[in-house]
Design a protein around this ligand. Structure first.
Ligand SMILES: Cc1ncc(COP(=O)(O)O)c(C=O)c1O
Length: 250
């Protein structure tokens, strides 16, 4: 009997991927080592990681001037990391309140020192059954944050609201690869893997490199510049979730 798991996440993976993982779990590519045992500095890992990254770039049509990071900490960690990295000029961040996950992102951004958070629109009056499309931005912001797919409320921006040319950051945790996002319309996109891609433990960040401040000096694991420089291999990466994600991309 096949069991269908309709939960938003962790969600079902393609059965052929799970079967392939089972078949090669004991010896990855005839290495006589499990993929869970191989070094993140080995050629085996390097090839697996580069293939997964290239496949994701192709699937999402990520332009060349955007970098892709494979990180840990879940989408929730990005609620802090994005303000630290992108809110550096005006230090003003605009949020659109579309329900639970946007509110969680707002609460964490408010805790980042020196940043000023404005909630510029809200779906509250419709009990979050509608997404705000009329958004007035009356000052420059480092970025406007949108939760593109609201997992709990079941709403999704199919077309981005008019944001007067300001940089858009999108949380696409629950519709990454389920919907063709136009990456160029965003400064940064982030998503955790466990809903649409693979096991929990992998978080994806796609960022337009020109938005980053090369002179910044943040704690290493929160610094996109340092993470890009080391191609997401600054500390021990989550090798197994990356392997599983790579199979799903294929
Ligand atoms: C839209 C959205 N953002 C963020 C998160 C948090 O993700 P994580 O559990 O990977 O931190 C979720 C999880 O359900 C989500 O649906």
């Amino acid at each position: 009997m096949e069991v269908y798991n309709f939960s938003a996440g962790p969600a079902m993976m393609p059965p052929e991927v799970v079967a392939q993982i089972q078949a090669e779990l004991v010896s990855y590519r005839d290495s006589e080592m499990s993929v869970m045992e191989i070094s993140h500095r080995s050629a085996l890992y390097e090839e697996m990681f580069q293939t997964a990254k290239a496949d994701l770039r192709e699937l999402l049509a990520v332009p060349k001037d955007y970098k892709i990071l494979f990180l840990q900490g879940g989408a929730s960690t990005q609620f802090t990391t994005v303000p630290l990295n992108l809110a550096r000029k005006t230090k003003n961040i605009a949020f659109v309140d579309t329900g639970h996950w946007s509110q969680t992102a707002i609460a964490d951004a408010q805790l980042v020192p020196e940043r000023k958070v404005d909630v510029v629109a809200s779906g509250k009056s419709s009990a979050y059954s509608r997404l705000p499309h009329e958004i007035i931005l009356d000052k420059p912001y480092d970025y406007v944050h949108l939760t593109i797919n609201n997992t709990i409320e079941g709403t999704m921006y199919r077309k981005l609201p008019e944001l007067q040319g300001q940089t858009v950051v999108g949380d696409i945790s629950s519709n990454i690869l389920g919907y063709q996002h136009d990456v160029q319309k965003y400064g940064l996109l982030y998503a955790s893997a466990q809903k649409n891609i693979g096991p929990a433990g992998l978080t994806l960040v796609i960022v337009k490199e020109s938005l980053l401040d090369k002179e910044q000096d943040l704690p290493s694991m929160l610094d996109y510049v340092k993470l890009i420089k080391r191609d997401s291999n600054l500390n021990t990466p989550p090798v197994f979730p990356i392997y599983a994600a790579g199979l799903v991309f294929q």
